[in-house]
Design a protein around this ligand. Structure first.
Ligand code: HEM
Length: 432
């Protein structure tokens, strides 16, 4: 089958267009070529698929025909996020049980308490707060608690290091000619320094979290990494990976959810009403059953602004995607951002309509995949959803938030869909 091909420049292919505005590039080409087309990134041919039946095939079948791209691995080393094949399988075996609903049920009370306490520290006595700061602080506190068993609530000690590392990984991934990782240029040196800073910080945390670890203070570090008899540098790699994977994505999901609620006061009212209900038991099933509208708002925000907005795989053995043969060495792309806003699968796709998630049978299968599907689907999905529902509930239960001027905030596509600007929130203790 001959597919439409996006003509690019000699040698570079479409690299310049993709690097300058990847979303615009994909949107334009879906409009002009339809659901499937190819383009070149330097010497590599990329096959892009947008139809849910093809997304299903790419994400859930023939997993041994693909590998993850190397970009992240150069920075993070072999970790669950970057590895493939037997290494990935070994790592998945020791990490997965911690992130199941049954296991997270044991720490739901901790998650709730951390969310309430963190909001109190961030908002009490502060009539104006930046939305970016609020989202970053609360998610930071929760990630430290769940992954490392630490109550922090002080300052965002390693957020700068995390941001520098994330930007580095992003720039390397999108650079046409990245310097080798061992090359002692400024960027490589800074990245290594920040990584060491992070590891030292984790070492300090370890001291406190190991002594505190017991049945009531389960955390990923003490209960998974330390108990799995791993070498120190594998513990480091997984700590950094899980922190990065769980932090940036969840901060963005929270930012966009609150932003959309501020823009739709009628939906915020429904959230506020629901947030005042009390939950019958500290179980995740009950959390979702008690706050279905809050959950739907988060899901709808991740439809419009999927934190992880595209997936890419390297084809290592020829593979057949519903009649299209992808040769070994090519890349395959699917994009949450593009499919989530496609009018063929969503009615009024640009509108914020959380109600559509109250009846999930109406959603076209494989047209919604913020956490991906298949073998490499997000291991932290339940942790992220639980944290987000608790934060939105606690925020609307205890505070009145508004913004005097809500400008349109544009998304920028980096590793995640980041907001281009920030918003200042007016906050007050809830009078209800
Ligand atoms: C709203 C928040 C989150 C979103 C939208 C998200 C999204 C995703 C997506 C789309 C993938 C698939 C990547 C791929 O196909 O290559 C993924 C994988 C992954 N996520 Fe998340 N994630 C979130 C939160 C978390 C959290 C809280 C953690 C853990 C603390 C986490 C850890 C990981 C890891 C380790 C992988 C690699 C899984 C594998 O390859 O087996 N994520 N995530």
């Amino acid at each position: 089958m001959t597919l439409p091909h996006v003509k690019g420049q000699m040698f570079l292919g479409s690299a310049n267009d993709v690097l300058s505005d990847p979303i615009d590039f994909l949107e334009r080409n879906v409009r002009s070529h339809g659901n499937t087309f190819t383009f070149k990134l330097g010497p590599k041919k990329v096959y892009f698929f947008n139809a849910p039946k093809d997304i299903k095939k790419v994400l859930t079948e023939n997993w041994d025909h693909y590998e993850k791209e190397k970009g992240l691995k150069l920075g993070l080393g072999e970790s669950l996020l970057t590895s493939s094949g037997p290494t990935w399988l070994r790592q998945k075996k020791y990490t997965q049980s911690f992130f199941t609903r049954a296991s997270l049920n044991k720490i739901l009370t901790d998650i709730s308490l951390t969310s309430t306490e963190s909001l109190k520290n961030t908002l009490s006595g502060k009539p104006k707060v930046s939305l970016q700061k609020l989202s970053t602080q609360v998610v930071y506190d929760l990630v430290l608690k769940v992954l490392f068993g630490v109550d922090n609530f002080k300052k965002l000690e390693i957020v700068d290091a995390i941001n520098i590392m994330t930007d580095y990984v992003l720039k390397r991934g999108s650079s046409k000619f990245p310097a080798p990782f061992w090359w002692p240029n400024k960027n490589n040196r800074t990245f290594k320094q920040q990584k060491n800073l992070f590891f030292n910080y984790i070492e300090e945390l370890t001291q406190s979290s190991t002594t505190k670890s017991n049945d009531k203070n389960l955390n990923f570090y003490s209960d998974v990494l330390l108990k799995s008899a791993l070498e120190q540098n594998e513990i480091h790699r997984q700590s950094l990976t899980f922190f990065l994977a769980g932090f940036e994505t969840t901060v963005n999901a929270l930012f966009w959810t609150i932003y959309l609620l501020l823009k739709h006061p009628e939906k915020s009212q429904l959230v506020k009403k629901e947030a005042l209900k009390s939950q019958p038991s500290e179980k995740i099933n009950d959390l979702y059953k008690t706050y279905p509208y809050i959950k739907a708002c988060i899901e709808e925000a991740m439809r419009l602004y999927p934190p992880s907005w595209f997936r890419s795989r390297v084809v290592i053995k020829d593979v057949d995607i519903n009649g299209v043969i992808l040769p070994k060495g090519s890349l395959v792309w699917v994009s949450q951002y593009i499919t989530h806003r496609d009018q063929n699968y969503w009615s009024s796709p640009e509108d914020f309509m959380p109600e559509r998630f109250l009846n999930e049978t109406k959603i076209v299968p494989f047209s919604y995949f913020p956490f991906s599907f298949g073998r490499h689907a997000c291991i932290g999905r339940e942790m992220a959803m639980t944290e987000l529902v608790c934060i939105i509930r606690d925020l609307y239960q205890n505070y009145d938030i508004s913004s005097s001027h809500i400008e349109e905030i544009k998304p920028t596509a980096s590793i995640t869909i980041r907001p281009e600007n920030d918003l200042v929130l007016n906050t007050a203790q809830n009078k209800l």
